[in-house]
Design a protein around this ligand. Structure first.
Ligand SMILES: C[S@@+](CC[C@H](N)C(=O)[O-])C[C@H]1O[C@@H](n2cnc3c(N)ncnc32)[C@H](O)[C@@H]1O
Length: 295
């Protein structure tokens, strides 16, 4: 029986809430799919579940531990499930959580098996506060314990479904600009970068200990323009802020951009009280099919 695959990690900026707005704007046809800030991969899984990726996909992110989890699920899901089952009884055990979290502060972390490391990332994601992936300036995971009643550490059915969807998918740890080396005319690139902050305290942009600042947003707009000039379909989401709007609505390619303001409910915010509907920006370099024809 067909089992749909869902994102296997909670991820800051996850696009579950924005999926209807994104899918309405997909081009009717495209060749290969590229997602260079893949995170939890909400749009990728939606497309894969709906058979929209016949020519395949390439997923990438600069977060090495994240891409390792994708790789292990693709190539060795049964071994991963085995290790996760050892972690599963320890969902409310803060000492155990701290012991697993400490691995990347100890010598020999790099020598641990890929399966152990991938299982650690899933375990920490399920048990830490808000599923936050946060590193200190030494690159060590430092999100606090989350105190959930009964988080599901090992969702075997979903992990197997995810593994099925990832067969034949190319996975890379790399900077977003590297998509320029592989995207070809007729391909679709979806960019979901860390958002331009709505205010100085509102946004979470420190995914890997490095800030995605204004210079990075400008570099991304330049990559968008290069892909566009090459005949690649490009869709991008960002916050509805003056900076993001100025880069795409007034940038060098503004006459060939289609920008819309949409509303989304954010799932993770550093300040839990500030969850709610927020304005977001979706930009396409093609006329978006906003009539709901696409799944
Ligand atoms: C908003 S999240 C993506 C959320 C994702 N679309 C989802 O549905 O879960 C942004 C991602 O960009 C990644 N990232 C940050 N800087 C990057 C860079 N320079 N190149 C590639 N990825 C980067 C982060 O590791 C993070 O996973």
């Amino acid at each position: 029986m067909f089992q749909a695959a869902r994102p296997f990690l909670k991820w800051a900026g996850g696009k579950g809430q924005l999926l209807p707005e994104l899918t309405r704007r997909l081009p009717a046809h495209f060749r290969r799919y590229h997602e260079p800030f893949v995170g939890g991969g909400a749009l990728f899984f939606h497309l894969a579940n709906n058979g929209r990726l016949p020519v395949g996909a390439a997923l990438s992110d600069s977060n090495h531990e994240l891409m390792l989890v994708y790789e292990v699920i693709r190539d060795d899901v049964e071994a991963l499930i085995g290790v996760l089952q050892h972690h599963a009884p320890h969902v409310q055990d803060q000492d155990y959580f701290l012991e697993i979290r400490r691995w990347d502060r100890q010598p020999g972390f790099d020598q641990r098996s890929q399966i152990e490391r991938a299982a650690r990332t899933i375990y920490l994601n399920r048990t830490c506060y808000n599923g936050l992936y946060r590193l200190n300036n030494k690159g060590q995971f430092n999100a606090p314990f989350g105190r959930y009643k009964n988080p599901l550490i090992c969702d075997q059915d979903n992990l197997r479904a995810v593994s099925g969807m990832l067969q034949g998918v190319a996975l890379h740890v790399e900077d977003f600009a590297d998509v320029l080396h592989r995207a070809e005319p007729g391909d679709l690139v979806y960019f979901d970068p860390p958002y331009v902050p709505v205010s100085t305290t509102a946004s979470f942009t420190h995914y890997t200990g490095q800030t995605f600042d204004e210079a990075e947003q400008r570099r991304l707009a330049d990559v968008f323009a290069q892909l566009s000039a090459r005949g690649v379909y490009v869709m991008l989401s960002n916050s509805y802020t003056d900076l993001a709007r100025s880069l795409y609505e007034q940038g060098p390619l503004h006459q060939t951009m289609y920008a819309s303001r949409v509303y989304a409910s954010r799932k993770i915010n550093c300040d839990g009280k500030k969850r709610g509907n927020v304005e977001e920006l979706i930009v396409c370099n093609y006329y978006p099919n906003a009539n709901g024809v696409n799944p």
